[in-house]
Design a protein around this ligand. Structure first.
Ligand code: C2E
Ligand code: MG
Ligand code: MG
Ligand code: MG
Length: 284
């Protein structure tokens, strides 16, 4: 009796596992096809200066519209790509696409002073990494200070030596470096000592409750004080309410990004967004 129950359970487990595994295999197969056929796309989320509400930059976010399953979130397909050696081809495609779109629409520099890309540990793991980045950015005239790379602490520390080497080459060309999801790993402070970083992005999990939770509010206040002492720019992520924005401004946060201001959007929407913003600024 017990034995047969056990083997039933095993059978159930096996078939669920099998289904799970084959879903992932199919997703991986489809992702490879999407990369090969250039079916990924980019979304842009504007970032703003709190003092005058002007656009300080855009973050570029990868998007995958699956023909049957619809929109697959990057939190699913980026880790899958990382595990299967596909991330550099995604990075290359995303960087080249965004640079071309933004230059063609004449949005970069005057209208949008900075473009930020998310990068992974594996983007830094060989001798040609720096050259690959520079190749992706080759259409930009002059120095590359309009470009920023967002690294998470976890990916930076997975490959510290590789990351350091590549970042030093890119820093000489003007590229800026931001530490993404700041505060969520065990080693935020050592990462700051070890890498050439100009910006911190306070993770949205810290921002979420600042208006209602005194402890979170003090944490954010402390991060801002530290960043100011270290001369780092701070962008607060995931700002969704005026109360959050007000607190961040009071505590000296320079920049914000979040649904309160703008959601990630395609190029056409970005064009109208930027246009409307400058039209309303001109009226004031
Ligand atoms: P991230 O770099 O921390 O990006 C911020 C995420 O927060 C984005 O999710 C954005 O849509 C979302 N977000 C922005 N404002 C708000 C808000 O006010 N409220 C809430 N709840 N969410 C907000 P998304 O686009 O789904 O990207 C998730 C993560 O996937 C990114 O987190 C990044 O780690 C990764 N990712 C996205 N694109 C790329 C890429 O091209 N390359 C790499 N390596 N990673 C990427
Ligand atoms: Mg990011
Ligand atoms: Mg983040
Ligand atoms: Mg994140």
């Amino acid at each position: 009796e017990a034995k047969s129950m056990g083997s039933n359970r095993l059978r159930v487990y096996k078939s669920e596992y099998g289904e799970h595994a084959s879903k992932r295999t199919k997703l991986l197969f489809d992702l490879k096809a999407a990369i090969a056929n250039k079916k990924l796309s980019v979304a842009y989320q504007p970032q703003f200066k709190l003092d005058d509400q002007s656009i300080s930059g855009v973050e570029v976010l990868a998007r995958w519209h699956h023909p049957e399953a619809g929109l697959i979130p990057p939190d699913i397909f980026i880790p899958l790509a990382e595990q299967h050696g596909l991330i550099s081809s995604i990075t290359d495609f995303i960087m080249q696409t965004a640079i071309r779109e933004l230059l063609d629409a004449d949005l970069l520099y005057q209208r949008i002073p900075r473009v930020s890309f998310n990068v992974s540990a594996a983007d830094f793991n060989n001798q040609t990494s720096a050259q690959r980045f520079l190749h992706n950015l080759a259409d930009l005239p002059g120095d590359l200070s309009v470009v920023e790379l967002e690294l998470t602490e976890t990916s930076a520390l997975l490959n510290l030596e590789g990351v350091k080497k590549v970042l030093n080459v890119l820093r000489e060309r003007g590229v800026q470096v931001s530490l993404d999801d700041f505060g969520t790993s065990y080693s935020s402070l050592s990462t700051l000592r070890l890498l050439p970083i100009q910006e911190l992005k306070i993770d949205q999990s810290f921002v979420r409750d600042i208006a209602t939770n005194a402890h979170d509010a003090r944490l954010v206040k402390t991060i801002l004080a530290m960043a100011s002492a270290l001369n780092l720019r701070v962008v607060a992520e995931g700002v969704e309410s005026h109360q959050q924005a007000r607190y961040l401004e009071q505590q000296g946060c320079q920049e914000v990004q979040g649904f309160l201001y703008a959601k990630p959007m395609g190029l056409q929407s970005l064009k109208s967004f930027v246009h409307n913003l400058s039209a309303s600024a001109a009226q004031q």
